[in-house]
Design a protein around this ligand. Sequence first.
Ligand code: CA
Ligand code: CA
Ligand code: CA
Ligand code: CA
Length: 317
Amino acid sequence: MNSLGKQFLVLTLLVIIGSILVAPVSAATTQVQIVKYASDGTTILSDRTLTWQQMRDTLPVLGDGVTHYYHQGPVFVDDPDETVEQALRWNPEESINVDTKDMGAVKGTNLKDLCNLVGGMSPGEELKILASDGWYKWIAYKNVYQYSSREGPIGITWYKNGLYPDSGYTDGMRMVWFADDSVNKLGPGGTGLHALGNWDWHEAADPQYWYYYISGGEYYPTTTGLSGQVVNRIYIYSDDAPPIQVPQLPDYPAPTDPNGDGLYEDLNGNGRNDFNDVVVFFNNMEWIGVQDGFGYFDFNGNGRIDFNDVIRLFEGM
Ligand SMILES: [Ca+2]
Ligand SMILES: [Ca+2]
Ligand SMILES: [Ca+2]
Ligand SMILES: [Ca+2]
């Protein structure tokens, strides 16, 4: 290679290295997928994906864009008396390491409203919030739906201090609790800050959902660890049984429901209600009658497969 070629190669490499160095480190997420799973944990009952703009424009908005919301960091106090130590670290007066955990003047969407897009949750169920970097957190039904004003609703925030996920809100979308200002006196003139204090969460959530900063074998409760960043998935694990499949007759395509009434007249799966469906039904009555989904062919609605179902199918052609 001549010297001009070497110079060109070096220059090219410098440009490539430079472009890697200035590549944006932002991993902000700009959309969230909400999935409701059946009780088997794998069957998808409902699935929606919203961009942050759709969240902003189609659902109620949490936050006014001016009010700052806070979480609480660990309270690093020790005491020889374990009970005293626990009380100090939970800090019920919400006075320590709160103003340092400013989540910003955030706006977002209530997690409950996102869940309701896919059929919502029922008491006792849990959901899992996942982030693009692999982080995840389990949340109980009661904390999504039955929050008090003290800890407030869980917001999936797409706005902070004038910035959106695609214009500089690099830790968005982020989980922020829209807590009230009732507990602490850390605001101007002794007013309260809107803060999810350690004790707020102690009172609101069951122990398995608490979060600790662990150092030197010591456990320090904190709510900052609850505040997941770059959130992009919400998985509801419901108690709902997976829907029963429509039985598919051997050697035929899947049956269809041409008139959309929930009964599957097209047993031979050719897309229409024809005489051959009646023949296929008659020839397979016994087999159909013992399938889990026989109800899709119970045309007289008496809870079993019988000859009258065949007649109904024939009459309805
Ligand atoms: Ca509080
Ligand atoms: Ca039908
Ligand atoms: Ca047919
Ligand atoms: Ca019947």
